[in-house]
Design a protein around this ligand. Structure first.
Ligand code: ATP
Length: 423
């Protein structure tokens, strides 16, 4: 079933209001398993709304219009839609009573003649009561050019459209579309976007139900696996074989299949399972890494203290990095990253540590050590690993990439430690 959205209102076109209704409706339709291929915004203009609606009805089964149901002359949605379905407007007594009741409740508002315009409904329309305003919602179904089409008219104010959609429109649409949409978010770290896409190009090519859609994030690639099915169990039966295949291809690079789980949560969870504490020693990321870890509720069980050692003296003073290392190979080097990681672990008395030292830019780069060069060190118990990275973003992006890579490295080392323990 194809659904299309039309947002009516000149103020949306002018940018005076943000079209949050379209975002809300699109999300709701997606969760109902309805395909939405087009959305339009049109001003309060009869000719353009007529044209937009005709086009929408020619290519979609259901058109949802929001806004333009008010009492004033420029509110035209109902009139234009009635014409498209060749229906007359007639007074709906039930709506008239509700409008009267609404104004009786709000003594400060006086009913005006044009308010009764809202009691006019197209013949044969289903009237959907508005519990938060006067304009009722309307559902109009009929044949247009030999095909059955539906227009759903909803009021513009978000405080009216959302409760109305939840209460009446969602169940109506769900009755029209028995299948729902179910999805997994397969989150991958430690592999670049192009490699991920190449690895699954055959799966993407033959996808049908479920579908796989890749999204590149900073330092992560997410694959949204979506199935259309009549219930969750049926959807899961369709998705499990694909999930198994993805695990076979990406293994431990997959850190979760749940939308709401973050990389740092999986790292904190691993530390927690192992009963280990971690510390951080940061230069160019200046506390961002610690911030991500501490953002996870319950981080106090695994994180006690950390270090921001931006200057060379701070690296010496707080982490015991040797002055010879700094003068011989510099602060941005494998050796410094290693000494930072070891020093931090010792000073904090932690079981694991991560260090980051690099050149975030835009200044400070040289031919040998360009902007974006970052060394990340990681100690888990006595095992030390240092990796060199070359990021190509701006200062902010390079720092963000470094944080994700640091979390990824820590995760890999913790998994290695865990598997060593098990064998
Ligand atoms: P009313 O009966 O209140 O006049 P209406 O159905 O005629 O409602 P509009 O007049 O088009 O709706 O819009 C009323 C208000 O609702 C706008 O001023 C705006 O605050 C909000 N609104 C309308 N459309 C949208 C939208 N697409 N996204 C977010 N808010 C909207």
């Amino acid at each position: 079933m194809i659904v299309e959205l039309i947002s009516v209102g000149t103020e949306i076109l002018l940018g005076n209001i943000v079209n949050t209704n379209a975002a809300y409706l699109a999300e709701q339709c997606a969760s109902l398993g309805l395909s939405c291929y087009h959305q339009s915004v049109v001003g309060d203009n009869e000719a353009r709304l007529t044209e937009t609606l005709a086009l929408a009805l020619s290519r979609s089964d259901i058109v949802i219009l929001s806004g333009g149901l008010g009492p004033t002359g420029d509110d035209l949605t109902k009139e234009v839609t009635a014409k498209a379905f060749k229906r007359k407007l007639k007074e709906d007594l039930h709506t008239k009573e509700r409008i009267q009741e609404y104004f009786d409740q709000i003594h400060s508002k006086k009913i005006t003649e044009n308010n009764w315009k809202q009691a006019l409904v197209p013949e044969g329309a289903i009237v959907v009561d508005n519990y938060n305003g006067t304009a009722p919602g309307l559902i109009l179904t009929g044949e247009i050019d030999g095909e059955e089409k539906t227009a759903i008219l909803l009021p513009g104010p978000p405080g009216e459209i959302r409760p109305m959609f939840e209460r009446d429109i969602y169940p109506y649409l769900s009755g029209r579309q028995p299948e729902g949409i179910y999805s997994y978010m397969v989150k991958i770290c430690g592999i670049g976007e192009s490699q991920v896409e190449t690895t699954i190009s055959d799966l993407i090519q033959k996808q049908e139900n479920p579908t796989i859609a890749p999204y590149a994030k900073i330092g992560e690639v997410h694959l949204r696996l979506t199935a259309r099915a009549e219930d969750e169990v049926a959807a899961d039966a369709l998705m499990q074989p694909v999930l198994t295949e993805l695990y076979a291809r990406f293994g431990e690079h997959i850190f979760t299949t749940k939308e709401e789980i973050t990389l740092e949560e999986t790292v904190v969870d691993l530390l927690w399972q192992e009963g280990m504490t971690v510390t951080t020693a940061e230069s160019c990321t200046g506390g961002l890494l610690a911030g991500r870890i501490i953002n996870v509720p319950g981080a106090s069980d695994i994180y006690r203290e950390g270090y921001i050692t931006y200057a060379d003296e701070a690296k010496e003073k707080l982490l015991g990095v040797r002055p010879e290392t700094l003068s011989n190979v510099g602060a941005v080097s494998e050796d410094t990253a290693a000494e930072m990681a070891r020093g931090a672990m010792e000073k904090a008395g932690a079981d694991a540590s991560v260090s980051v030292t690099g050149i975030a830019g835009p200044d400070g780069g040289t031919k040998e050590k360009p902007v974006g060069l970052v060394y990340i060190g990681c100690c888990v118990k006595h095992n030390l690993r240092v990796e060199e990275f070359h990021f190509t973003g701006n200062r902010e992006k390079n720092r963000d990439y470094a944080v994700v890579r640091a979390l990824t490295l820590l995760r890999e080392e913790l998994l290695k430690y865990k598997s060593g323990e098990e064998t």
